[in-house]
Design a binder for this molecule. Structure first.
Ligand code: AMP
Length: 122
């Protein structure tokens, strides 16, 4: 598998506004924010989609939620609330095939999350 955009961010081959890093995960601000706060938490291991998570990846993938909450507390919006989302494949709206947890905050978020009519209802 060739390097995705996000592997290039991990390797500092392209710039990003990195807000957290440890041995397992990296968090950086989304380039096209959908809320006043919008960042992505990714595993350093390149896993293409949720469907590709193996048994051995379970701790690393759970760690992404731990990092989301840790950064939320540090940034001061944990109590107010936020949303985490991981999109999968075309119907899930996935565009970068290296799993990432979106963290959205800073406004009252609507539900359901889509803005267009879902394809299954067309
Ligand atoms: P998804 O559609 O769930 O695959 O989300 C991919 C996300 O990556 C989108 O929200 C994009 O705005 C974001 N994104 C794409 N390129 C970059 C980049 N170079 N730096 C930060 N975020 C990016």
């Amino acid at each position: 598998m060739s390097d995705t955009l996000f592997t290039k961010i991990i390797n500092r081959e392209i710039p990003a506004d990195i807000i957290y890093e440890d041995d397992i995960a990296l968090a950086f601000k989304d380039i096209n924010p959908q809320a006043p706060v919008h960042f992505l938490v990714i595993p350093k291991k390149p896993i293409a989609t949720i469907n590709d998570i193996s048994e051995e990846d379970r701790i690393a993938v759970g760690h992404l939620s731990f990092v989301a909450a840790k950064v939320a507390k540090e940034m001061g919006f944990a109590e107010e609330g936020y949303r985490t989302v991981m999109n999968c494949n075309e119907f899930g709206g996935q565009t970068v095939y290296h799993i990432h947890l979106h963290v959205l905050a800073g406004k009252l978020l609507g539900w359901p999350p889509y803005t267009n009519k879902p394809k299954t209802l067309e």
